[in-house]
Design a protein around this ligand. Structure first.
Ligand code: CMP
Length: 144
């Protein structure tokens, strides 16, 4: 199984509801290593560029409004099959459809305020990690 990197975001609702630690704990307990991390209030340009694949969707403005409404915690997670495993830990995009015990089932309010984001494929993971992190901000983390 390949070692992958994926972008994880604790969205503004996750921050203001006090779930940063819950999210990080779930990733770490699943064996994913946090190799880069920062808290950032996104500008509209940063959020619009990050979500450009959704630019034609009717919810795009609402998505950008929400993602710029407060600080996010941005992380790169690394580990075997990290992209799919992060998405399993988050659960389905709409919390109504998220499996019990997932981040979105436990903490999210709605499809818009859904607590966490994770890259959905290797190509998007490469784009999304580089959108927020320089190579020099990515660390080597080895578990003991
Ligand atoms: P995310 O995984 O960050 O990727 C794109 C986001 O768009 C998604 O999570 C949702 O928060 C948001 N989104 C998707 N569909 C809708 C929708 N119908 N209404 C509002 N927001 C949506």
């Amino acid at each position: 199984m390949a070692i992958e990197r994926t972008l994880s975001i604790v969205k503004p609702d996750g921050v203001w509801n006090g779930h940063i630690g819950d999210c990080v704990s779930r990733f770490e307990k699943a064996g994913l290593n946090v190799v880069a991390m920062k808290m950032k209030t996104l500008s509209r340009a940063e959020a619009e560029g990050f979500y450009y694949v959704h630019r034609e969707r009717k919810f795009f403005g609402e998505l950008v409004d929400f993602m710029t409404s407060g600080p996010c915690v941005l992380m790169i997670l690394e580990g075997e099959n990290a992209i799919a495993r992060n998405r399993d830990i988050m659960g389905a995009t709409d919390p109504k459809n998220a499996a019990p015990g997932t981040i979105r089932a436990d903490f999210a309010q709605s499809i818009g305020e859904n607590t966490a984001h994770g890259s959905d494929a290797p190509e998007t993971a490469a784009f999304e990690t580089s959108w927020f992190f320089a190579g020099t901000e990515i660390n080597k983390v080895v578990r003991r």
